[in-house]
Write a protein that binds this ligand. Structure first.
Ligand SMILES: [Zn+2]
Ligand SMILES: [Zn+2]
Length: 304
């Protein structure tokens, strides 16, 4: 887990974050994802300065192991001087050695956040789910931690004041907010009251706005006027290509997430990402269509 440096903002990893959500649904299935409807409760991972450092860290680690359903896994937590915030040795188990940066000795309230990320590494290791490359794999880890209910801790560890800033994990604060919001929208959960950091709360509200944008992309009926107009123009263009028998998929406007494809000699079809899990959905272009995402089971009202 990374440590230090200036805090990046915005959505530089959005594509990988979305791929991570899709991968989670694919690997875990809809049913398993929905067993994580409750987040880690703040009281269960609270750690105050009067708690014994080692006993407290073990207790929080046990709570995260229980949350992520790793029944026989045992985390052995230690502290040492290191460049990174934390690391875990991914061995065969059932014992896993987690090392936390020495600074957590005096920043105990962020121990839960660091442990959540490291325990998720173990979880993904056991699921044999990984992305190629360290960067993408760390983004997968942060996204999975958050989508499955412990990432609010990581976002809450982001704090800024006039003289200093600190943040844990690889996602930007807004990206953590985005994944947390996508989770909130699926499970009807409101994490707003859990934040102790005002900057984390702001990042959550920004991420929530971004997540709601996913639900307003054409051909979804909730799309806004400008999006619908652009969609209609792209569709006319695609239909023209079908009539003229131009092979291949028709291009959509730059930045559009949908694409039109002629289906052999059949009718024109449009594909677009599911607003919940980002798996691509394909439906025929024929006006009002109700589709159901095969991966996350979201019912999608479309005007194609
Ligand atoms: Zn990591
Ligand atoms: Zn879906």
């Amino acid at each position: 887990m990374a440590n230090g440096g200036p805090v990046k903002h915005g959505y530089p990893h959005l594509e990988t974050v979305r791929a991570a959500v899709t991968a989670l649904y694919k690997r875990l299935s809809y049913d398993t994802v929905h067993t994580f409807a409750a987040s880690v409760a703040p009281a269960d991972v609270a750690f105050c300065d009067t708690d014994d450092l080692y006993l407290g860290a073990q207790r929080v680690a046990r709570e995260l192991v229980r949350h992520f359903r790793l029944p026989d896994a045992r985390m052995i937590v230690s502290f040492r001087e290191m460049e990174h915030a934390a690391s875990v040795e991914l061995a065969a188990g059932p014992e896993y050695f987690i090392e936390l940066n020495d600074r957590f000795r005096t920043h105990r309230r962020d121990i839960g956040a660091a442990l959540a990320h490291e325990v998720m590494h173990v979880c993904l290791h056991r699921l044999d789910l990984s992305f190629p490359g360290t960067r993408d794999n760390e983004i997968l880890t942060d996204t999975a931690t958050t989508y499955l209910g412990a990432g609010w801790l990581l976002l809450d560890a982001y704090r800024e004041d006039a003289s200093s800033s600190q943040k844990l994990g690889y996602l930007t604060p807004e990206e953590f907010g985005y994944v947390l919001a996508k989770r909130s929208l699926v499970f009807g959960e409101d994490p707003a009251t859990w934040f102790t950091s005002p900057q984390a709360y702001t990042a959550y509200t920004r991420g929530l706005a971004q997540a709601r944008e996913d639900e307003r992309q054409p051909p979804l009926t909730a799309a806004g006027w400008a999006g619908r107009r652009r969609y209609a123009k792209d569709r006319r263009h695609a239909q023209g290509r079908v009539v003229a028998a131009v092979p291949g998929s028709a291009s959509a406007s730059a930045g559009a997430s949908y694409a039109f494809t002629p289906d052999g000699h059949g009718p024109l079809r449009v594909s677009f990402p599911c607003p919940t899990c980002h798996q691509r959905i394909r439906v025929p272009v024929r006006g009002r269509v109700r589709a159901r995402c095969g991966l996350c089971r979201t019912v999608l009202e479309c005007d194609t």
